[in-house]
Design a binder for this molecule. Structure first.
Ligand code: C5P
Length: 403
């Protein structure tokens, strides 16, 4: 059977780390799978492995310098990124990640990154301390928020002899990731997508409100992935979240559940796919006190009323054939409660997670979920970044959309 990478055009960028020797093996395997591979290397990468090695493995001239004489290869420098359907930076050192995050373009690899119009995958590999350094983590988070795919390193034996996080994942894992980026393609082409995200805030008086710990990360990642997967229009209705608006996404900022409902009303019947990732406050204070309440007045006077169920509204007012995905945050009996919500709100999928599990739920960069579908199916997904999870969820949901 043909491999998904056959005839795919892949640009591989090496920065200077010991894992360069593994990148040679990756290039060799990509070529064996039928991909057309071009290689750029930083000057430091060329100190770890010779360009000649990669030239022999890829069958094409290897580029290390912005100013090398053109003409020996059929592709000039910046045409390398036009050639590429995906740009894979492996290994990505702390230094190159910092340059990419800042938009520096002082060598060929970083210039290619800035000029790339294709998806980019970076696979960091380095010593644990460098990887875990807040500067590196912030650079990775920034790149990820801009849509760069990150294949995070694994734990194990490091070149220094120490054990820890920082190892490049094995070759097949990298290939799997490249295939999933290329395979996803434009599965939402022509579709209109609505995502609700973040918490809502229900004011009690001018200084106090009811809310929850939602950061909006999952919803923002979904909106970003939807835009990347070719959606015609992506609406992101978000409660207070201090996250940048993903490129190509139309953002509607709201504060309360009632405002979220008003923002959603004109959109509900227009959207082909709805993902309700918002953690809508279930209750709001019955009355809003225009002056700050005195402590004594607060104690026994906190009367609450239910907020509107936004997803239920969308479910009842959806476009015929629209696919609806809800989220269920449960701290016990996740699956039963999830199934019950799936039925009650007439959803196509419900994504169930338990914030008490390590790496799951509010705030963090990762999540671990089970996806239940209306036909009774269940897909358990391992712990992964919210960005990666967003891609997986959209691929699942896109599979249900009518052409
Ligand atoms: O019933 P529960 O709040 O647990 O349901 C969770 C799902 O319903 C989530 O997808 C959430 O975004 C959505 N929801 C909503 N409006 C509410 C409450 C929940 O859209 N008021």
């Amino acid at each position: 059977m043909d491999h998904i990478l056959r005839d795919k055009r892949i640009l591989v960028g090496l920065s200077g780390g010991i894992a360069c020797y593994k990148a040679c093996d990756l290039v060799s395997r990509l070529v064996q799978l039928g991909a057309s591979v071009r290689v750029v290397m930083t000057r430091n990468a060329a100190r770890f492995v010779g360009p000649l090695t990669l030239q022999a493995l890829s069958g094409a001239l290897v580029h290390t310098d912005m100013f090398e004489p053109a003409g020996q290869d059929s592709l000039d420098h910046l045409r390398l990124v036009e050639f590429a359907q995906v740009f894979v930076i492996v290994p990505a050192t702390a230094n190159i990640l910092a340059k990419l995050a800042q938009g520096l373009a002082d060598d060929l690899l970083s210039t290619c990154f800035l000029a790339a119009g294709c998806p980019v995958l970076a696979a960091p590999a380095m010593e644990s301390k460098m990887y875990l350094n807040p500067a590196t983590q912030a650079n990775l988070a920034l790149l990820e928020s801009r849509g760069v795919h990150i294949l995070h390193p694994e734990s194990g034996h490091l070149a220094s002899g120490a054990e820890g996080v920082g190892r490049l994942p094995d070759r097949e894992r990298i290939i799997e990731k490249i295939a999933s980026i290329l395979g996803a393609g434009d599965c939402l082409k022509g579709k209109t997508v609505l995502v609700t995200a973040g918490p809502t805030r229900e004011a009690l008086d001018p200084v106090r409100y009811l809310s929850n710990y939602s950061s909006g990360r999952m919803g923002f990642a979904l909106a970003r992935a939807a835009a990347r997967l070719g959606a015609k229009k992506v609406h992101l209705v978000s409660g207070p979240a201090s996250l940048p608006t993903p490129l190509g996404v139309f953002r509607h900022d709201i504060t309360t559940a009632a405002e979220m409902l008003e923002a959603v009303k004109p959109l509900a019947a227009k959207c082909d796919l709805v993902l309700a990732a918002a953690a809508v406050s279930d209750f709001a204070p019955e009355t809003f006190a225009p002056q700050k309440l005195k402590k004594g007045a607060l104690k026994n006077s906190l009367k609450l009323v239910r907020t509107p169920d936004i997803l239920e509204y969308i479910s009842k007012n959806r476009k015929p054939g629209a696919v609806l995905v809800g989220f269920a945050l449960e701290t016990e009996n996740e699956l039963e409660n999830g199934r019950e919500k799936l039925r009650r709100k007439t959803l196509d999928f419900i994504v169930v997670n338990n914030p008490l599990h390590k790496g799951a739920g509010f705030g963090g960069e990762t999540n671990r979920v089970a996806v239940l579908d209306a036909a009774g199916g269940e897909t358990d997904l391992p712990l992964m970044s919210k960005e990666e999870l967003a891609g997986r969820l959209l691929e699942l949901a896109a599979g249900r959309l009518k052409p």
